[in-house]
Design a protein. Structure first.
Length: 168
C-alpha cells in the first residue's frame, strides 16, 4: 500500500471521490499541514491505495479534475489545492502529471506539491460523511454532482458498486 494526501475542496467531497475509486483501500478525512510557510492545517484527505490496481498518475489526474485546481479563490487557506507527497518519487510524479495536464486547462494549475508533514483526522461523526447518508442535502447538492462528473470522466477507475445509487 502507498499513502498520499490530497487537498483542494471540502474534505467530505474529496473523501467521497477517492472512496469511489478502484484500488483505494482507505481514505482518512481531516486536515494536513506541510512545511513552513504552509504549516497551517488545511482540509484534506489521506489516501491509501494499491499500486497494482490504480496508479499515482491516475489518482492525481482525478484530483486535478474534481476540484478547482486553477482557482485562487479567497478560501484557499482552508481548502489548499495540494498534493501532499510522502517521498521523492511521489513528488516527481506529481510535478510531471501537473506539467503534462496543464495543456488541458485554460488557466494555470495552482495545485502545490508539498511534503506530507502532519495529519489530524476528523471526528468519527464526520468521517465517511457521504456514504453514511448520501441523501443529506449537502451530499445531494454538492457531492453528487462531483461524483456524477467523476462517473462521466473517469468511469474506468470507478468501483461502480459504490456509486450504483447515482444511476437510479
Amino acid at each position: 500500500m502507498e499513502k498520499i494526501g490530497f487537498g483542494g475542496s471540502c474534505h467530505w467531497c474529496t473523501e467521497a471521490i477517492f472512496l469511489s475509486l478502484k484500488g483505494v483501500t482507505k481514505v482518512e478525512q481531516g486536515w494536513i499541514a506541510a512545511n513552513e510557510p504552509l504549516d497551517t492545517f488545511s482540509e484534506a484527505v489521506t489516501v491509501y491505495y494499491d499500486t497494482k490496481v490504480i496508479t499515482l498518475e491516475n489518482l492525481i489526474t482525478v484530483h486535478l479534475y474534481t476540484h478547482s485546481c486553477t482557482s485562487a479563490h479567497q478560501l484557499r487557506s482552508k481548502y489548499r489545492s495540494a498534493i501532499y507527497t510522502t517521498n521523492e518519487a511521489q513528488e516527481n510524479i506529481a510535478k510531471e502529471v501537473i506539467l503534462a495536464l496543464q495543456k488541458d486547462f485554460d488557466e494555470q494549475i495552482i495545485t502545490l506539491v508539498l511534503p506530507f508533514q502532519q495529519f489530524k483526522i476528523n471526528s468519527e461523526q464526520y468521517r465517511n460523511y457521504y456514504f453514511k447518508d448520501p441523501k443529506k442535502p449537502f451530499c445531494e447538492n454538492i457531492v453528487n454532482p462531483k461524483l456524477k462528473e467523476l462517473l462521466t470522466k473517469f468511469s474506468q477507475f470507478i468501483d461502480h458498486r459504490k456509486l450504483r445509487h447515482l444511476s437510479n
